[in-house]
Ligand binder design. Sequence first.
Ligand SMILES: Nc1ncnc2c1ncn2[C@@H]1O[C@H](COP(=O)(O)OP(=O)(O)O)[C@@H](O)[C@H]1O
Ligand SMILES: [Mg+2]
Length: 380
Amino acid sequence: MAKVLIENLYKIYPGEKGRPEKVAVDNANFEIQDREFMVLVGPSGCGKTTTLRMVAGLEEITRGAIYIDGKKINEIPPKDRDIAMVFQNYALYPHMSVFRNMAFGLELRGVPKDEIRHRVDSAAKTLGLLEPDNLLERKPKALSGGQRQRVALGRAIVRNPKAFLFDEPLSNLDAKMRVETRTEISKLHRKLNSTMIYVTHDQTEAMTMADRIVVMRYGKVQQIAAPLELYHQPANLFVAGFIGSPPMNFFTGTLTASRQGTLEFIEKVPAGQTPFRCALSAETSRRLSSRQDRDVILGLRPEHLHPNSLTSGVTLEATVEVVEPMGAETFVYLRTGGHTCICRTTQIEFMDLEGKKLNLGPDLSRAVFFDPQTEAAIPV
Ligand SMILES: Nc1ncnc2c1ncn2[C@@H]1O[C@H](COP(=O)(O)OP(=O)(O)O)[C@@H](O)[C@H]1O
Ligand SMILES: [Mg+2]
């Protein structure tokens, strides 16, 4: 059990052969609570692996500090940090049995044989490696991808570490296995009740597994929040667009005063096109009053654009470009005067709508507004 604190953390890789140096982690600050499942998510190259490797002690810290349970660990060698890491390419020893793969690290540490047997059996049981088939004497090549991944997990569990680190552990599995193993890791977290830091580029994994999520981009932390808070109250355009699939719709427009004294959003469109306009509520108008006559970006999730809806009193006329029936729901890709957008609906199974006009009712109570200059969400 452990609390991990990351303080003003930087990683700057030296430039090689005349190349400029690379700031891979740029002043990261966050805390992982004891027993928390924290996910670091962001696009490839944003500094996730580097951050995790600094926690594990596999990468030198350029500046800043990492504390585990209040103790600064910058100078502590990896083997003494009491942390177990599970990698994407789980790298099992091919010539060793499953048992030895799990036992090997403990043997090196001089753990007594009986204790090793006990810990391996217990981990194997937790991971379903004993039943229905006992896999302990098998070699890795006689295992499926999912079973190998479980052995890699077992190797971490037997160490009884203070914290587990995972670096994209599911990316080598096929889609179905990925979903199954995802659930297993979540269950494992509940069973072991230990601190876990999990790195992925996949926002679905982050949303489904995390207690809290750290979103990173270009080495910088963008937002730290629980999954649904990220979804409904993204801190900026990047988070809004990265979390959620299909992504949030963005409309650039201007806020102007209406005759009623409230604000109206008018979409920016090329000359000759009709903008979509909508009157904002009194409350939203008050909140955005300092933005009158200025540009804003209106963000709306695809499920907050209702097809053929007149309920909100606002309609957005759009032309259907593509219809994707998913079974339980349908994704409709549309074009307005100035933008493209996606509507996600269970109301109708749209079939031959392509090229036709559709009236959309935006649920403005769910809208998020962004400042186009700073890209930050305008506070509620
Ligand atoms: N050893 C290294 N030397 C120089 N640059 C590196 C090194 N390792 C990673 N980088 C760079 O640092 C950035 C962050 O990398 P990484 O932490 O692996 O990202 P992620 O895991 O989020 O994909 C990337 O731009 C990557 O190219
Ligand atoms: Mg990585």
